[in-house]
Design a protein around this ligand. Structure first.
Ligand code: PLP
Length: 498
């Protein structure tokens, strides 16, 4: 494909993409193909001779579309949204065009410098305190996903804990061999924590980092972690000779969008560290993957004020609810040194005078991969195109949709029961058994709950089978108390197609 063929093909592709967005609400939101559908449609192997773009493009509608679930459809009310926008798409186009694996400043100074600027701007946008800005000892970096951010900070937390323990043992006069012996023992005892509502990425991060993972059970109906529950857990770990070194604290959990009690968690951590002055600090990470976008609202600007008292890091996905195409997860740390100490390895071929003299940021030391895409472009385009007010309006629209749905549920209490406090445009509810069945089990709470679970499951399955809207089901609690619920979340893409 030469440049004039590319120009023509790109125009045709853009036309098709615009039509797709203009008509997306008419498509069945959830794909209903059977597993293996695509192999039957695509000829085996790579063609011996290249094909024309017209032929390739035709297959998008004929072969790919049937297997697409349309995340940008307004009828997509499942999981959490994964917003897209036209300026975001343009950002990814340029990123693809430059295709630079800009792992250090020298590889493309604009990639590094724009990322720093954009992430400071976004920090301001979401009212993140100064401690997390690049102008302090901290700063932000774009990761692919919230899960990637979590595994990265668990590794940094693990290494910081070990490094500080080593320093302490050295000051106590232990020999190098003795210290190594103690490090080996410590590694086997280190525990990463998260509530039972924390996203599974914390458990996965702990598996990858080779440390233990334990959950802290939250109360049914509330689903948020607090200082008292954390105190009890820390005591329990200490009694078992285990060492807490990391905790995920959540703003907007995946099942119900509950938010952990930052004030009491901060107080617990502070009390713990005062009582154990020589024990290295527990790293607290705030996972705000979805709901963090709501911090753009001035009425939420008080929320992050407490973060610097306890949180070493914070992450939210612009690609979930802030109009930026997947992938754009913004990780902020209070001390960039912690990431660099854990992740910086400089083979000879990566050395250069700017990095050696400490004049520049090398984001490869803030992440797991070496190469990185030019992701800040799309965040830059999105923030400039919508502006602060446009982004706030988008979040408000999502919240208003969520509130309208809450009212619908509350207006029909015989049929629906909210099982968690609606938050950040998410409603979690169960479907009550039909009145005749409910009457039959009156007074038998266990049987009523069983029937509710069954009815909810059936309704959820039927709605998704129909395919007009796409919703998700979840299970809250365990064993006999487990509640099957339906999650409906607003915040669908705000692409203006009208
Ligand atoms: N944390 C929370 C609270 C989430 O809801 C999710 C996903 O929905 C994640 C983390 C993982 O996000 P990612 O897909 O960016 O890894």
């Amino acid at each position: 494909m030469d440049s004039s063929q590319f120009r023509e093909a790109a125009h045709a592709a853009i036309d098709q993409i615009v039509d797709y967005y203009d008509n997306i609400r008419d498509r069945r939101v959830l794909s209903d193909v059977e597993p293996g559908y695509l192999r039957q449609l695509i000829p085996p192997g790579i063609p011996a001779n290249g094909e024309k773009w017209e032929d390739i493009q035709k297959d998008i509608e004929e072969k790919i579309m049937p297997g697409m679930t349309h995340w940008q459809s307004p009828n997509f009310l499942a999981f959490f949204p994964s917003n897209s926008s036209f300026p975001g798409i343009l950002g990814d186009m340029y990123s693809a065009a430059f295709s630079c694996a800009a792992f250090n400043w020298q590889c493309s100074p604009a990639v590094t410098e724009l990322e720093t600027i954009v992430l400071d701007n976004v920090a301001n946008l979401i009212h993140l305190p100064e401690e997390y800005h690049s102008t302090s000892e901290g700063g932000g970096v774009i990761h692919g996903t919230a899960s990637e951010a979590i595994v990265t900070v668990i590794v940094a937390a693990r290494d910081r804990y070990i490094a500080r323990s080593k320093e302490r043992w050295a000051t106590e006069g232990l020999s190098e061999d003795e210290i190594e012996e103690k490090v080996c023992t410590l590694r086997g005892k280190m525990v990463a924590l998260g509530s039972d509502q924390a996203h599974s990425s914390t458990k996965k991060g702990a598996i990858i980092a080779g440390v233990r993972f334990e959950t802290i059970e939250t109360a049914i109906g509330d689903y948020s972690l607090n200082g008292e529950l954390l105190t009890n857990k820390i005591e329990d770990l200490e009694n078992r000779g285990l060492v807490p070194f990391y905790i995920t604290v959540t703003l907007g959990t995946t099942p119900t969008c509950a938010t952990d009690d930052f004030d009491s968690i901060s107080a617990t951590l502070s009390t713990y560290h005062t009582a154990h002055p020589s024990t290295p600090k527990i790293w607290a990470h705030i996972d705000a993957a979805y709901a963090g976008a709501a911090l753009v609202l001035p009425e939420n600007s008080h929320i992050p004020k407490i973060f610097p008292t306890f949180a070493d890091s914070f992450d939210f996905n612009m690609h979930k609810w802030l109009l930026t195409n997947f992938d754009c997860s913004c990780l902020y740390v209070k001390r960039r040194r912690d990431l660099i100490d854990a992740l910086s390895i400089t083979p000879a071929y990566l050395r250069n005078e700017y990095s050696d003299r400490g004049l520049v940021t090398d984001y490869r030391d803030w992440q797991i991969p070496l190469g990185r895409r030019f992701r800040s472009l799309k965040a830059w385009f999105v923030t400039r195109t919508f502006g602060v007010e446009g982004l706030r309006e988008h979040i408000r629209k999502g919240l208003a949709g969520g509130e309208a749905f809450t009212q619908l549920l509350e207006a029909d209490k015989e049929r629906y029961t909210l099982v968690a406090k609606p938050a950040y445009a998410l409603n979690v509810f169960r479907v009550n058994p039909p009145p005749k069945l409910a009457k039959e089990v009156e007074g038998n709470a266990k049987e009523f709950a069983r029937l509710s679970n069954e009815t909810t499951r059936k309704v959820g399955d039927r709605v998704n089978k129909e395919g007009k809207i796409f919703i998700t089901q979840t299970v809250l609690g365990k064993g006999e108390d487990a509640i099957t619920a339906i999650r409906v979340v607003g915040g669908a893409p705000a692409i203006q197609v009208d």
